[in-house]
Write a protein that binds this ligand. Structure first.
Ligand SMILES: Cc1cc2nc3c(=O)[nH]c(=O)nc-3n(C[C@H](O)[C@H](O)[C@H](O)COP(=O)(O)OP(=O)(O)OC[C@H]3O[C@@H](n4cnc5c(N)ncnc54)[C@H](O)[C@@H]3O)c2cc1C
Length: 473
């Protein structure tokens, strides 16, 4: 069994550590933030500070793919989450009226997602990981770089551990970088003489303006629309959480400077109150100090095999450190945990003691299991940026991309046919890729027949002019 160093103790890294330790690997998790979770996860919102993690207090949803992996692989953690107040919400059972879903069908149990403030979910997973045999979490330990050893492949640096900021060397058979979307791994690799990974970074990203609320009686606002709604140049996200709390986010394009006043609570609320299906989500007591803003949310992919050779052996990037996309789709933790599972499975198939074989196998498995999800999300994000930019110019976006046509048609067919509704869920919830879903017999034609008129749907919500008036002080 391998000695594994995981860099970062975010929500997916904690799951990864437990998955790896469950197979008998010895896992050391190094986290630069010093503070750990309080004994009761419900206190985490008030008591746990995580300055190293910008999205710690941003609304999160944990989609059915994340929930399914947790249930299957880490059932004790899944059940503790429930005890701590995280909810299981099944879209067919709990949200859609039967006339839209077609009623409960065999297999619909797969549409259950987990709700909960990110802070609470991470506190539960942190406690579970801390007590898992084979996992050691060292908080307040920032990694500053990699340590190189004897190459396993000619001309390719081999990593034998990490160097902490305090100068300590921690050796490992495998270093798993899970230090998130702003990971410094490319620099660390260059520092040991490796080639810089291939990086694809989008020019335009998104900005998140989020708040959390609580009700007096533990109830949650009724969901009368999808969790994410695009209103021209802005999107709203409304997410039930835990213990009578919920999160609300407004998302803009990073280029939309006119909407920056959304960082002021009064302007933010004025816009929310102007959005018909979701205005009631601000009828609660805020549990934060104001609007939390996170900018520079660009899609980014890193390729660690160049010209058929890994840039280094003995190190892999998993989850956001490998690829991250627009968080508004809520897919990051699901894709990340699927990637962690892929890592666990590759370590079962190929011994980490053969670093070259392992690097090749992990790269191939990443391309097969998670890269299609990144590519599908990227395509969707690019079209969304196109829609927003056209809206800012006062025009209308269109694209000949068949993937875009199908995505819009499937949205329009949602609730009009049980198969189209479930196809929509399968894609949104990271259960089946668009390519697999549209390979189902007859689905493509049915989608275009039922939803192909999406361009004729009347626009709803405030116009661009009304939106600008709402954000003007
Ligand atoms: C605004 C926002 C909203 C999101 N909403 C959702 C959602 O609704 N649903 C969803 O599934 N996903 C969502 N995501 C994505 C999700 O947060 C990530 O996919 C997930 O956090 C990745 O987990 P991770 O463990 O890989 O890394 P992270 O959670 O990013 O954690 C990285 C950790 O590494 C630590 N670290 C960094 N550098 C070092 C270092 N040098 N040494 C030691 N430690 C280090 C950091 O302190 C941090 O704790 C959202 C992301 C953002 C930005």
């Amino acid at each position: 069994m391998a000695r594994i160093v995981v860099v970062g103790a975010g929500v997916v890294a904690l799951g990864a550590a437990m998955l790896l330790a469950g197979d008998g690997h010895r896992v050391i998790v190094l986290e630069r933030d010093a503070d750990g979770p309080p004994a009761d996860p419900v206190d985490a919102w008030e008591q746990w500070q995580r300055p190293g993690l910008n999205q710690f207090r941003m609304a999160h949803t944990f989609l059915p793919r994340f929930r399914a992996i947790l249930d299957a692989e880490l059932p004790a953690a899944a059940s503790t989450l429930k005890d701590a107040g995280a909810l299981r919400m099944n879209y067919v059972r709990d949200v859609l009226p039967a006339k839209m879903s077609g009623g409960w069908l065999d297999g619909d149990e797969r549409y259950a997602l987990l709700t909960g403030r990110r802070v609470l979910v991470e506190a539960v997973l942190a406690a579970a990981a801390e007590s898992a045999p084979g996992v050691q979490i060292r908080r307040g330990t920032a990694v500053a770089g990699l340590v190189g050893g004897t190459p396993a492949l000619a001309g390719v640096p081999h990593v034998t551990g990490v160097m902490t900021k305090a100068g300590e060397v921690i050796t490992a058979d495998l270093v798993v970088d899970m230090s998130g979307r702003r990971s410094a791994l490319p620099h660390w690799l260059e520092d040991i003489g490796a080639r810089r990974p291939d990086e694809e970074l989008e020019d335009v990203g998104f900005v998140y303006y989020g708040r959390h609320f609580r009700s007096a009686d533990g109830s949650l606002p009724p969901m009368i629309g999808p969790a994410q709604i695009h209103w021209g140049t802005i999107s709203s996200i409304t997410l039930p959480a835990d213990n009578g709390t919920w999160g609300v986010v407004l998302v803009t394009a990073s280029t939309d400077t006119a909407l920056r006043p959304l960082r002021e609570a009064g302007r933010w609320e004025a816009v929310m109150r102007g959005l018909p299906l979701v205005a009631h989500w601000v009828d609660g007591t805020p549990i934060d100090d104001g609007v939390a803003v996170m900018a520079r949310l660009e899609d980014r992919y890193r390729g660690f095999v160049l010209d058929g050779k890994p840039v280094a052996t003995g190190v892999v990037a998993v989850a956001d450190s490998w690829a991250c996309s627009n968080p508004a789709n809520g897919r990051g933790a699901s894709i990340g945990l699927l990637h962690a599972l892929t890592l666990r499975d590759q370590l079962r198939a190929v011994d980490a003691a053969d670093p070259a074989a392992f690097a090749a196998a992990f790269h191939a498995a990443t391309a097969e299991t998670v890269e299609p999800w990144y590519r599908a999300t990227l395509a969707s994000d690019r079209h969304r940026v196109g829609e927003i930019e056209a809206g800012i110019r006062g025009g209308r976006y269109d694209s000949r991309d068949p993937g875009y046509q199908l995505e819009k048609a499937l949205d329009a067919a949602f609730g009009r046919d049980p198969e189209c509704t479930r196809a929509n869920f399968d894609i949104r919830f990271v259960l089946d890729t668009p390519a697999k879903v549209f390979a189902r017999p007859g689905l493509r034609d049915k989608t275009l027949r039922l939803g192909g008129g999406w361009r004729d749907a009347p626009p709803f919500g405030p116009t661009r002019e009304q939106l600008l008036a709402l954000v003007s002080p």
